[in-house]
Design a binder for this molecule. Structure first.
Ligand code: AHR
Length: 497
């Protein structure tokens, strides 16, 4: 099959907000305990942070990490996680029915995030708590000194405030599974009032309101409209959560699921704009896709035995086709870079994650690590408006699915144009012709490829390199036209300068 693209360096969609490549670490499964934190591990530093995990995370260049949940935050008392470790309480954790030791809390996570080169996207508990606990947490984290909570932080060894900028007003408050779930009106009101006092403590913060837990929620759309109606002036972002899988065993349909994400993002942007129009507001609400991923084990319940400490949970083994899907989602997010300012791959380590560790043992990288690595490392700059002509197919839930899923990003500072492209065709390679004449006399720097004969191939502890990228993909440039071959079912990164 053949496809064509036209890219013009003068036609921009939007600058990419680096926070597009954020991620998420929740007190869930072995993400914190056994993931980033494991005192006694051979690679642990003096604070118990695994250096092998830090190294794998740093390579991803994750600018922001959401914390501490997720569902966990809706039952969390932040005070339990600060102060002398010997005095921290063990608590029954009701989101995942585990025992939370509180060995890691806000300050430890802030320390760790600094090492990882990431900002923290803090979430406040709007399940069991409300404005009071939230404003105290902002005071504890962000106020310099001279008040009870800021001085408490200083007494805990943190003279400088953390200055967390981005704050989530609760998590998935529309979900019946959520501790303290709410109706849209209940949530819109509490989000507004909580946001108000948080901003009074620190006017520099940015606030994210909960959108629907998924596009499939029965209250989707109505929820967004009502919440924004009630909290528009207080919030800067509206959240979206999207998880997909191929549990139905239909790869063509699964790889088309980025069209669902595309419609989801477009729909939420329209709802936000509807409320803006209704309010005659000058402010545009931006979107935070602060949970997204492939999730095979979604909907399976919590650990069978209650109240364990950090039991392994949702440790999905990602296949090669999952990596293709993740690539398609990243491309889709980039195509919406004018509205999607933050994204969080959910999650980062062990729990539905690109990075896996063995407690006490080694670390390996899942298939999905690689498209995220490439997008985060090379997808910085400006998304360009590309015109794409690709043959299409029909799948079970989608019609007119282009075999070519692609986007281009121009890094003006480096003078490098990067084309991300997935060939969704499962049998045929694709001859891709890209008109890049507006870039003048350019050459192909590299063409990175992720492919496998086996769509179900995974990387494991004992075989960590089954699916790894290679350079040397087939691309040449002739008179301002890139001629590339994209193997069947492949992820491609073509860099031109
Ligand atoms: O990321 C795992 C869980 O998925 C989060 O805790 C919750 O917000 C979502 O349902």
């Amino acid at each position: 099959i053949r496809s064509h693209m036209l890219i013009d360096k003068h036609f921009a969609v939007s600058a990419v907000d680096p926070r597009m490549y954020g991620s998420f670490i929740e007190h869930l499964g072995r993400a914190v305990y056994g993931g980033i934190y494991e005192p006694g591990h051979p690679t642990a530093d003096e604070n118990g942070f695994r250096r092998d995990a830090l190294e794998a995370i740093r390579a991803l260049q994750v600018p922001i990490i959401r914390y501490p949940g997720g569902n966990f935050v809706s039952g969390y008392n932040w005070e339990d996680g600060v102060g002398p470790k010997s005095e921290r309480k063990r608590k029954l954790e009701l989101a995942w029915w585990t025992t939370e030791t509180n060995a890691v809390g806000t300050n430890e996570f802030a320390d760790w995030a600094k090492l990882a080169g990431s900002e923290v996207m803090m979430a406040v508990n709007l399940g069991t708590r409300g404005p009071d606990a939230a404003r105290n947490l902002v005071e504890y984290c962000n106020h310099p000194s001279g008040s009870y909570y800021s001085d408490l932080r200083i007494s805990h060894g943190y003279r400088e405030p953390h200055r967390f900028k981005t704050w989530c007003l609760g998590n998935e408050m529309d979900g019946p599974w959520q501790i303290g779930a709410k109706t849209a009106v209940e949530y819109g009101r509490i989000a507004n009032e909580t946001g108000k006092v948080m901003r009074w403590v620190d006017p520099t913060i940015e606030l994210v309101a909960c959108g629907s837990s998924s596009r499939g929620m029965p209250t989707f759309a109505e929820w967004e409209a009502t919440v924004l109606d009630l909290a528009y002036d207080q919030v800067d972002y509206l959240s979206l959560h999207a998880y997909y899988n191929n549990n139905a065993g239909d790869t063509a349909n699964f790889l088309a699921s980025s069209l669902d994400l595309d419609q989801f993002i477009g729909g939420v942007a329209s709802i936000a704009d509807y409320v803006q129009a209704k309010k005659r507001s000058k402010k545009k609400i931006m979107l935070s896709l602060d949970e997204w991923n492939v999730w095979h084990s979604i909907g399976t319940s919590r650990a069978s035995e209650r109240w364990q400490i950090a039991p392994p949970e949702f440790e999905d083994a990602y296949t090669f086709e999952d990596a293709l899907a993740v690539g398609c989602y990243l491309i889709t997010m980039l195509k919406h870079a004018d509205r999607v300012k933050m994204g969080c791959l959910a999650q980062l380590i062990n729990t539905i994650a690109p990075i896996m560790t063995e407690t006490g043992g080694s670390l390996w990288l899942q298939t999905t690590y690689y498209p995220f690595l490439h997008a985060s490392n090379y997808g910085r700059g400006t998304v360009l408006q590309s015109v794409v002509d690709s043959p299409k197919y029909d799948a079970k839930d989608f019609t007119d699915v282009p075999y070519l899923e692609s986007v281009s990003v121009f890094d003006e500072a480096q003078g490098v144009l990067t084309i991300f492209a997935v060939n969704r065709h499962l049998e045929e390679s694709m001859a891709l012709d890209v008109d890049v004449r507006s870039f003048g006399d350019a050459r192909v720097l590299e063409h990175i490829v992720l492919e496998s004969d086996d769509l179900k191939a995974t990387n494991t502890k004992t075989a960590p390199n089954r699916v790894v990228p290679r350079t040397g993909g087939e691309s040449k440039i002739d008179q301002g036209r890139v001629q590339a071959v994209l193997g069947r079912a492949s992820w491609n990164v073509i860099r031109i300068a």
